[in-house]
Design a protein around this ligand. Sequence first.
Ligand SMILES: C[S@@+](CC[C@H](N)C(=O)[O-])C[C@H]1O[C@@H](n2cnc3c(N)ncnc32)[C@H](O)[C@@H]1O
Length: 187
Amino acid sequence: MVDKLTRGATVADVGCGHGASTILMAQAFPASTFVGSDYHPESIATARQRALEAGVQDRVRFEVAPAGGFSGTGFAPVTMFDCLHDMGDPVGATRHVRGAPADDGTWMVVEPMAGDHVEDNLNPVGRAYYGFSTLLCTPSSLSQDVGLALGTQAGPSRIRDVTTAGGFTRFARVAETPFNRVFEVRP
Ligand SMILES: C[S@@+](CC[C@H](N)C(=O)[O-])C[C@H]1O[C@@H](n2cnc3c(N)ncnc32)[C@H](O)[C@@H]1O
């Protein structure tokens, strides 16, 4: 994927919020173009302003769109940073992503560090995430259609189930930090 982005590809950064990840990727891969989307208009306004300030506006555009309806196809890859669990209908979003990528159809999902069982998360990072989950992420999901409410501590098995239900067949943990896990999801 690094080779592909270095040569030049188009990336969809879904649930991009203020565009931090979109802009960082644009700075890291000057031959590639990026389309950030988020359902929250005020966040997209901030993202556009930040892209201008970062001087990457010629290769980065943003749209207001839900994850189940962002525009375009031919993306390689689609990325989601810390947002799949915030969505009301992550399975619906997965189905839409399934129709969007080109080439090998890779989707990179970054989610909070979590295990599959409550006892895996009884540590300082897990405690902080349960706090965010209760006050922000779960209400965000419940406020949307379907309201699946994965929460921050869904864990890899639950995330894999969502991607499988949405039409993907391959799922791998490819990297992790103390705070996040990175999954590679493929058709
Ligand atoms: C924790 S923030 C992460 C933002 C960004 N990816 C980042 O890493 O800085 C979660 C984002 O998911 C977005 N979001 C929640 N539900 C969404 C949906 N159904 N469609 C698109 N974006 C959604 C929120 O508006 C918010 O910007």
